[in-house]
Design a protein around this ligand. Structure first.
Ligand SMILES: Cc1ncc(COP(=O)(O)O)c(C=O)c1O
Length: 311
């Protein structure tokens, strides 16, 4: 999907024009993948617009940077203010917000410690990520997710997405919309950019953080909603074949939101339609982000955009 540009990008504390947000080809990140980033959605509600779980995203960015010994120089509160500032300055809602921090132009060589840290925050309009409203037809990837103690999966680092790209490209060339990777021990991990949930016998299952998954903020939101709604929740290592015999399955993610799986490896999940528990969680999630239910968990940070587009 082509990026629709906006007017401003936040760079190290200032708003700069979109077209001036450039880096040198010899920047460390270009050669060694030394970046961490976030993806956040800003939704519109009947009375305005709000960013979904902004502090949690900014905390994860700081944690991703900490794992890579990358001092950002900003607190969660300062980053929150920066995101609100750029969204309000650009006046675009709903939108997707992309903060990224990386090692810039400094030294050549693997060691990043003497290359400067640059922080940028962009926002732009963005629609549905996993295509189709009738559910996603996905496959199990031939690629495994990152093995423990290789690339840390709790860091949302640009370099992790080379693995995600392999999974996603393989899925597409084989006629699927997404791939699900197993971890190095053969247990279910996650999609190339989504966490995975399975429902069987009325219980909601998802892989724990030890199965090489990103600590997804939508994952946490769904776990919170499920517990609140009295749905039994189990985080445990899950065998691949559970996907073929479960009642329902869905992806979560900022980009994917809550997307039900219609089939896995051409085997229908249930009868292929969105099942009752997925539907209830889907509705609970969208009611909150669309401002149709009370924001019980304090997940929405209001922003003032000049002309919010109605939902
Ligand atoms: C690999 C991976 N897993 C899971 C997720 C879902 O995380 P979140 O819900 O925080 O967007 C993402 C998206 O950021 C991702 O890239």
């Amino acid at each position: 999907m082509p990026i629709e540009s906006t007017k401003n990008i936040w760079h190290n504390g200032q708003l700069i024009p979109w077209e001036k947000a450039n880096i040198h080809v010899m920047s460390h990140v270009v050669h060694y993948g030394s970046s961490v980033f976030e993806g956040i959605r800003c939704y519109t509600q009947p009375n305005g617009a709000s960013i979904f779980r902004l502090p949690e995203h900014m905390q994860r960015l700081i944690h991703s940077a900490k794992i890579y010994r990358m001092p950002l120089g900003y607190t969660v509160e300062q980053l929150n203010a920066a995101v609100i500032g750029v969204v309000e300055a650009n006046g675009v809602a709903p939108c997707y917000v992309r903060p990224v921090a990386f090692r810039g132009y400094g030294e050549i060589g693997v060691n990043p410690l003497r290359s400067p840290v640059e922080v940028y925050i962009a926002n732009f309009p963005w629609g549905k990520y996993v295509p189709g409203n009738d559910g996603a037809d996905v496959c199990i990837s031939s690629w495994n997710r990152l093995a423990p103690n290789t690339m840390p999966s709790l860091a949302k680092a640009g370099a992790n997405y080379m693995n995600s790209q392999l999974i996603r490209m393989e899925a597409e060339v084989n006629g699927y919309v997404e791939g699900i990777a197993l971890d190095v021990n053969g247990y279910l991990s996650e999609g190339s950019g989504e966490n995975l949930f399975i429902i069987r016998g009325g219980t909601l299952y998802t892989s724990p953080l030890a199965n090489s998954v990103l600590n997804g903020i939508t994952r946490d939101s769904i776990l919170t909603l499920a517990r609140h709604m009295g749905i039994p929740v189990v985080e445990q290592a899950l065998p691949r074949e559970l996907l073929y015999i479960c009642d329902e399955a869905f992806f979560t993610g900022t980009a994917a939101e809550v997307t039900h799986l219609r089939s896995v490896d051409r085997i229908l999940v249930g009868d292929g339609s969105m099942g009752p528990i997925t539907s209830a969680l889907h509705k609970a999630f969208f009611d909150i982000v669309n401002g149709l239910a009370e924001d019980h968990f304090n997940w929405l940070t209001p922003v003032t955009v000049r002309e919010p587009v109605a939902v």
